[in-house]
Design a protein around this ligand. Structure first.
Ligand SMILES: NC(=O)c1ccc[n+]([C@@H]2O[C@H](COP(=O)([O-])OP(=O)(O)OC[C@H]3O[C@@H](n4cnc5c(N)ncnc54)[C@H](OP(=O)(O)O)[C@@H]3O)[C@@H](O)[C@H]2O)c1
Length: 243
């Protein structure tokens, strides 16, 4: 569904060739805020939001629904794709605190949404980025997916699925560079943000930010990315996170 409004503010996306389309997948807390912020961004001629409740519907566990969404985009010049889907808890599943809580079903569900889904998005959308000029595919990963930064353990499925996502991003970026040398493919950590996903864990003392602030931060990072950063893993301040 097209979300183009008529609200403009200052252009901080000047590195993107004008007139392209921005696509946001996932309309949760951060995804919704990203759409709102992008609507105010004059560098994009249109902003398209796909989710499990859009028309057409996009469920990252259904490759057919991804193909239908990409078909819906037609010949649009896609300059920016942000994947803001993700799964941490729900359907009776909570992140594991110990090995004894691991279940194959939970792990499979987490990998389906957090790793395989974004891989399918990259499969169908990276080939749709223009061959010249800046274009960005950014997927929302999580700092807890960092192996080097893992000091507290727990959250086996989510951590492992986000680590797999990071590897998929890195691998896809290498392939992307061959055909689209100016394009960027990255994993971004949004920080702890007040959304449904973080609600059970957003305890006092954590820096929990509103979605609108997280969206602005993420877009600022995306605006500053160039080909040299493709294949990287960055936080909402633009700082590189160890793998
Ligand atoms: N919030 C945080 O503190 C935080 C921290 C680190 C990383 N992240 C990452 O940021 C991203 C966005 O999370 P959020 O905080 O905005 O959480 P959220 O509000 O729960 O949004 C997650 C979105 O993912 C969508 N989704 C789940 N399964 C899907 C599927 N099979 N197909 C399509 N969409 C699906 C949900 O769709 P429905 O609306 O249809 O359920 C929901 O809109 C996630 O990747 C998350 O891991 C968040």
């Amino acid at each position: 569904m097209s979300c183009r409004g008529n609200v403009f503010n200052m252009a901080n996306f000047l590195a993107f060739p004008a007139g392209g389309v921005a696509v946001v997948v996932g309309s949760g807390g951060i995804g919704g805020a990203l759409v709102e912020a992008l609507l105010a961004e004059p560098a994009f001629a249109d902003v398209v939001s796909f989710s499990r409740s859009s028309a057409p519907k996009l469920d990252v566990t259904s490759e057919a629904s991804i193909e239908a969404a990409v078909k819906f985009l037609g010949e649009a010049e896609i300059r920016l794709v942000i994947d803001a889907t993700g799964f941490l808890h729900g359907d009776g599943l909570m992140p594991e605190k110990a090995l004894r809580e691991i279940s194959a079903a939970h792990m499979a569900a987490s990998f389906a949404v957090n790793a395989i889904g974004p891989a399918l998005l990259m499969k169908h959308l990276l080939v749709r980025l223009p061959r010249a000029g800046k274009a960005v595919f950014a997927t929302l990963s999580a700092r807890v997916g960092s192996i080097g930064d893992n000091h507290v353990g727990g959250w086996y499925s989510y951590r492992a699925a986000k680590a797999a996502l990071n590897q998929l991003v890195r691998t896809a970026a290498i392939e992307l560079r061959r055909s689209r040398p100016e394009a960027v493919c990255v994993a971004l950590h949004p920080g702890t943000v007040a959304t449904r996903l973080s609600a059970p864990f957003a305890k006092a003392g954590l820096n929990v930010r509103p979605p609108a602030e997280a969206a602005d931060d993420l877009l600022r990072v995306i605006a500053g990315l160039g080909a040299a950063q493709s294949g990287g893993f960055f936080d909402y301040k633009g700082e590189e996170i160890p793998w």
